[in-house]
Design a protein around this ligand. Sequence first.
Ligand SMILES: Nc1ncnc2c1ncn2[C@@H]1O[C@H](COP(=O)(O)OP(=O)(O)O)[C@@H](O)[C@H]1O
Ligand code: SF4
Ligand SMILES: [Mg+2]
Length: 344
Amino acid sequence: MTTDLKDTAAGEPLPARPLLAVDDLHVRFDVRGQDVRAVNGLSYTLAEAETVAILGESGSGKSVAAQAVMGILDTPPARVTGGSVRLRGEELLGLPERRRRQYRGDHVAMVFQDALSALNPVFTVGDQIREMYQVHRGMRRRAATAKAVELMERVHIPSAARRLGDYPHQFSGGMRQRIMIAMALALEPDVLIADEPTTALDVTVQAQIMRLLAGLQEELRMGMVLITHDLGVVAGVADRIVVMYAGSVAEQAPARELYARPAHPYTRGLLASVPRLDRRGAPLVPIRGTPPDPAALPPGCPFHPRCPRAEAVCAVVRPAPVAVAPGHDAACHFAEEVHRAGDG
Ligand SMILES: Nc1ncnc2c1ncn2[C@@H]1O[C@H](COP(=O)(O)OP(=O)(O)O)[C@@H](O)[C@H]1O
Ligand code: SF4
Ligand SMILES: [Mg+2]
């Protein structure tokens, strides 16, 4: 679907400068003297017009990391203690709040799980969409209204012009999610971060919203970071998948490659625990145990207490990412072996 490689004169592919680069990001919370390590050395990149899915169980640090990228973490209690977030090469961490605000909306926008709490209940949706254009683009009310109608039509809200005067609670869950997507896209950001955008919706509406997002991403050529705990949501949408575990990357690979040849025992566990069309009839095996407490991460590999492949070294030495194929790496001491074993 997309490429992040450019051909050099010599014909050797060189990685293009990524649109978004998160490098060794660390976020901690001080909770009553406890040091909660929510994000623990997260690194990933996003290319122009690419969709990267960030997949991980609840509590793995997906939302905290996204909020750090957006610059909307509450500090305190959160603290970004290390790493870098660059957009087209410019470092965002440590920018003064005024500059940071310009980036939000204009360059990086976010869609949340729960539109009802993200939208303001006391203003009509028309007011809220118009405000984006009035504040960020200095438009007059009439022009902003025209843009708001256009945007609501773009996300397929029936009778858009008439519904501008309605309040968020007057829309269904799916329609509210469309409105939040519309607001995020208003200023045509380079990067859209969608944090579990369909989790609160029923299955049919989930599929509609995913199709809408995928279509808009393609049309606007945005980079999209799609955060989910649900492997089913990313299938067919993501170009690449980043599997997060305990605040860092367990494995990342092009989507098809990750499904076909996972190189990390955690990813294998995830794949074995969900029904798959291509493996009808295969027994579902849940991953044993529970994710680690970020206030008490185990030494060595964070997955070792649950890992069926673990050996003595795993409890002592934290594995570094190992490249097993182009664009495919896994943080496991035995990544190459697991990768060779293929699927299942
Ligand atoms: N406000 C907070 N105060 C203390 N700890 C928090 C707070 N928010 C998140 N955390 C910690 O960060 C971890 C990761 O949270 P989060 O990023 O929301 O997980 P995910 O989105 O992957 O489900 C949580 O398990 C929790 O321990
Ligand atoms: S490093 Fe060891 S414990 Fe961690 S995933 Fe690999 S085999 Fe399992
Ligand atoms: Mg979350």
